[in-house]
Design a protein around this ligand. Structure first.
Ligand SMILES: Cc1ncc(COP(=O)(O)O)c(C=O)c1O
Length: 469
């Protein structure tokens, strides 16, 4: 395939990224005089209202995890109250210190640390799941370098783990050693054991993983890590704020947190099922000795003594305040009620998918439900679902799609509408073979877009498009 063959795909992507090209002014230089604030707000409200209908009505997978009008209004007020706060200046905003420390403490207690669990569990607030993972991986690299003299660090990572681990390896000069998953889509423990070498700095488990929503055998993996004297990071970005409450509700949740002695760090996203605003997550460590490897500090900078716990320098204190406020507004009871609604809705969706003979649910998931098909093109089904307004996630190896169920789907009738639309989409694909739309190749890089070079070219063009005015 020639790079020019990508043009129609890139055009389709551009149309999706830039629907306002023709209807709204494009700024390529500053306006000569400042615009009226009211007018700016009106324009933004108009754009937001065009975009809101889709996620509000529950047509997206993941993306908006709570989204009720009163909760959004509450978080917006919290932002407004704290909009100037920057934890880089704790002397000006000690409230930010309080909020962040308490977000960490409450998350640690929820995940087997704190007063009722392992008292030494500690952590930091970060900007999202990816930053939590990047920080943890770099922490293990630096610890292994300092304490074991590891010069060519490796991380052992199940192939179902989030791409952020690959990004960490890429950014921090580590080798990612992939571990296959079994027929149940959970990491293969024996293969993980074979993958550990003297250079291994950490082993990863997901609770659950993004693609198929299944929980790795964390108990066995963390025990393996303990035996080998390496770190074990449990990625609870998706599950950290769901599994504790699912367990309390009696769902079959295997041990996954700091109650397991081999678990040395975790990530849990306040901005997903913690129902906070976008831009916050928590990374936790079993001990403050380990956390210290995360900090950056310099005593020689001309600008004075400088310390920063995460990647950013200045940080939005208001986002941390929103995480604190969301956690207080829900409390244990609120999260338990929300989780009950989430998991009951997911069960309806899973049962609906299982009733469709052409589709097969992958593994035994609770609320991130992936499906594949041996009979029809699942990406064509995704295209048909897109035509019906849905926004699902495409997976590959093998071709599959998933829906990450959120509270948006727990609104009356949404789960039923999803199942009915999926049945209709499957029927359409069955009766119109070859009905693959223009986006299908992108979901799984199948069909027309085959070679790795072409895929990388496509992704690079996408990147260029994203910041082109
Ligand atoms: C399991 C898992 N880990 C990590 C991440 C990365 O989180 P973020 O997009 O907040 O950086 C995600 C995102 O969906 C995830 O599902």
């Amino acid at each position: 395939m020639k790079p020019s063959d990508l043009d129609p795909v890139v055009d389709a992507l551009e149309a999706e990224l830039r629907p306002y090209r023709d209807s709204h002014h494009t700024y390529r230089r500053l306006p000569s005089g400042g615009r009226d604030r009211r007018e700016i707000l009106d324009e933004m409200r108009e754009l937001a209202s065009r975009e809101e209908a889709k996620w509000r009505a529950g047509y997206s997978s993941g993306a908006v995890y709570h989204g009720s009008a009163d909760h959004i209004e509450f978080l917006n007020e919290v932002y407004a109250v704290n909009s100037q706060s920057n934890p880089l200046h704790p002397e000006l905003w000690p409230s930010a210190v309080k909020y962040e420390a308490e977000v960490v403490a409450m998350t640690a207690t929820m995940l087997g640390g704190g007063e009722e669990g392992v008292p030494t569990v500690c952590g930091t607030v970060t900007s999202g799941g990816t930053e939590s993972i990047l920080l943890a991986m770099r922490t293990y690299r630096d610890r292994a370098r300092a304490e074991r003299g590891v010069a060519e660090p490796e991380i052992v990572v199940p192939v179902s783990a989030h791409a952020a681990f690959d990004k960490a390896a890429h950014y921090f000069g580590m080798r990612l050693v992939p571990v296959p998953v079994g027929a149940d889509w959970r990491a293969d423990v024996a293969a993980a054991e074979d993958a550990v070498t003297k250079q291994t700095v950490a082993l990863v488990a997901s609770a659950p993983g993004f693609p198929h929503g299944v929980i790795d055998p964390v108990e066995e993996l963390s025990e393996l890590a303990r035996r080998k004297g390496i770190g074990c990071h449990v990625d609870g970005c998706l599950g950290g704020f769901v599994l504790p409450w699912a367990e309390r509700l009696g769902y079959p949740v295997p041990p996954f947190d700091f109650r397991l002695p081999g678990v040395t760090s975790m990530s849990a996203d306040t901005h997903k099922f913690g129902y906070a605003a976008k831009g916050s997550s928590v990374v936790l460590y079993r001990s403050s000795e380990l956390r210290r490897y995360q900090y950056y500090k310099t005593a020689t900078w001309m600008g004075g003594l400088y310390y920063s716990p995460t990647f950013a320098g200045s940080r939005p204190g208001a986002i941390s305040a929103e995480a604190w406020a969301a956690m207080l507004a829900f409390g244990e009871e609120g999260y338990t009620i929300a989780t009950k609604a989430l998991l009951e809705t997911a069960a309806v969706i899973r049962a609906g998918i299982e009733r469709i003979p052409e589709l097969r649910v992958l593994g035994d998931p609770l609320w991130v439900i992936a499906f594949a098909s041996e009979e029809i093109d699942v990406y064509a089904v995704m295209d048909q679902m897109s035509a019906r307004g849905w926004n699902l996630n495409g997976l590959q190896h093998p071709p599959a799609a998933h829906i990450c169920v959120t509270l948006r789907h727990a609104q009356p009738g949404v789960a039923q509408r999803f199942v009915a639309d999926l049945e209709a989409s499957v029927a359409d694909v069955r009766h119109m073979p070859g009905s693959q739309g223009v986006m299908a190749p992108i979901y799984g890089m199948t069909g027309a877009v085959k070679t790795r070079g072409t895929v990388e070219e496509l992704l690079a063009r996408y990147g260029d498009l994203q910041f082109k005015a």
